[in-house]
Design a protein around this ligand. Structure first.
Ligand code: NDP
Ligand code: GDR
Length: 371
């Protein structure tokens, strides 16, 4: 019998990589997607199977974490062995603009899923993974952060995820549900959402290289993050649900890097060395040298500026995780280094921008033909 998994948030970065992994492992994968006015399944289109073919192993359902009856109906139909609850309003800065919605989706959404398991009496069948986050640690209490470090969230997103963390623990203790929290530190990839800082940087540097953009505007360059690769982290989500007993796990690389250094690394990939001058909102990144004849970038050009609009009302200054428990008990070993990941993201975004440049030139050529 094939195992059946249900992924909420299947159209997101982690959902797409996890769906790929579970399909490779022979699972039947069900996913919940939201109705949108335009297509929102780009990240999983390569896995899509026509609904008219028999014995499909990827099946999508319309749904929303704010709609409890919809979740109950999907669980009743799918009868999953494993649920991966990845759906969330996942942008920390945006959560300050939409705090109530964030609490509803990220906090209560988790409760709705757990209640659906209980209502349908699936406690002995269905295991559930909750996408918890290093944002729970928030204001620095201890470094590096482990499974026992106290929480002090610093955003409506972090607070909503704290509810989700504890309600998962509570349902495990109260109803014997195999519920686990993966406390994942930041993880990125070429399919990372475009408004998270790493992808914003790799896209902008690629655009600057091709002359499609002049400057990159950022907020707090001093923030330090423990950045890993999403592929390594979704493998761990699966391992967590295969463990003997339900527990909570930190997943991190154990290394931290400032946003400023991430910018430097991305520019290095196109042969550009940057120097940073000034402080706070007056800081600027200036081209010190460019050793890449393919790109026409002048020394002395200002390519990074601060826009205080990107500062957050409360910030998480330093994240660095200790994943010893996952390494020792589950044998998790990450395959990617930060350097590998920056390289992969830059290669992917440079290709996208090369294509964009080609299309724009094509557009002009066509226009010119009519003049
Ligand atoms: P993404 O933002 O890329 O994906 C979020 C997913 O949730 C998307 O599929 C999105 O749908 C879906 N979603 C959002 N709101 C709803 C809703 N109301 N109902 C149903 N689905 C919804 O996030 P990631 O893949 O990066 O992260 C996955 C999970 O892990 C999230 O819960 C995130 O908070 C958490 N996390 C992420 C970390 C990271 O560094 N990436 C670190 C720690 C935790 P749509 O595509 O339509 O927008
Ligand atoms: P984060 O990721 O808030 O850690 O949450 P993000 O990439 O948004 O920010 C990381 C750090 O960079 C600073 N920063 C900027 N951030 C953005 N987005 N845009 C900017 O222009 C910018 N300039 C500086 C931020 O202030 C911050 O310090 C991510 C999400 O995936 C969450 O869902 C997840 O739970 C956590 O990681 C772990």
């Amino acid at each position: 019998m094939k195992k059946v998994a249900l992924i909420t948030g299947i159209t997101g970065q982690d959902g797409a990589y996890l769906a790929e992994l579970l399909l490779e492992k022979g699972y039947i994968v069900h996913g919940i997607k939201r109705r949108a006015s335009s297509f929102n399944t780009q990240r999983i289109d390569h896995l899509y199977q026509d609904p008219h073919i028999a014995n499909r192993n990827l099946i999508l359902h319309y749904g929303d974490m704010t709609d409890g009856t919809n979740l109950i109906r999907i669980l009743q139909e799918v009868q999953p062995d494993e649920i991966y609850n990845l759906a969330a309003m996942s942008h920390v800065h945006v959560s300050f603009e939409t705090p109530e919605y964030t609490a509803n989706v990220d906090g209560l959404g988790t409760l709705r899923l757990l209640e659906a398991i209980r209502i349908l009496k699936l406690e002995n069948k269905t295991k559930i993974y909750q996408a918890s986050t290093s944002e729970l640690y928030g204001k620095v209490q201890e470094v590096p952060q482990t499974e026992t470090t106290p929480f002090y969230p610093r955003s409506p997103y972090g607070v909503a995820k704290m509810y989700a963390y504890w309600i998962t623990v509570n349902y495990r203790e109260a109803y014997n549900i195999f519920g686990c929290n993966g406390i994942l530190f930041n993880h990125e990839s070429p399919i990372r959402g475009e408004t998270f800082v790493t992808r914003k940087i790799t896209r902008a540097v690629s655009k600057i290289a091709y002359g499609l953009q002049d400057k990159l505007y950022l907020g707090n360059l001093n923030a330090q993050r423990d950045w890993g690769h999403a592929k390594d982290y979704v493998r761990m989500m699966w391992m967590i649900l295969q463990a003997d007993k339900p527990e909570d796990w930190v997943i991190a690389t154990g290394k931290t890097t400032t946003v400023r250094d991430f910018v430097r690394m991305a520019f290095n990939e196109i042969g550009v060395e940057l120097s940073f001058e000034g402080e706070g909102k007056d800081e600027k990144g200036i081209i010190k040298s460019c050793n890449n004849p393919d790109f026409n970038l002048e020394t002395g050009k200002e390519v990074v500026c601060i826009d205080p609009h990107y500062y957050r009302p409360t910030e998480v200054d330093l994240l660095i995780g200790d994943a010893s428990k996952a390494k020792e008990k589950l044998g998790w070993v990450p395959e990617y280094t930060l350097e590998d990941m920056v390289k992969e993201m830059m290669e992917s975004d440079l290709k996208l921008m090369e294509r964009e440049t080609y299309l724009q030139r094509g557009g002009h050529d066509i226009l010119n033909n009519y003049e």
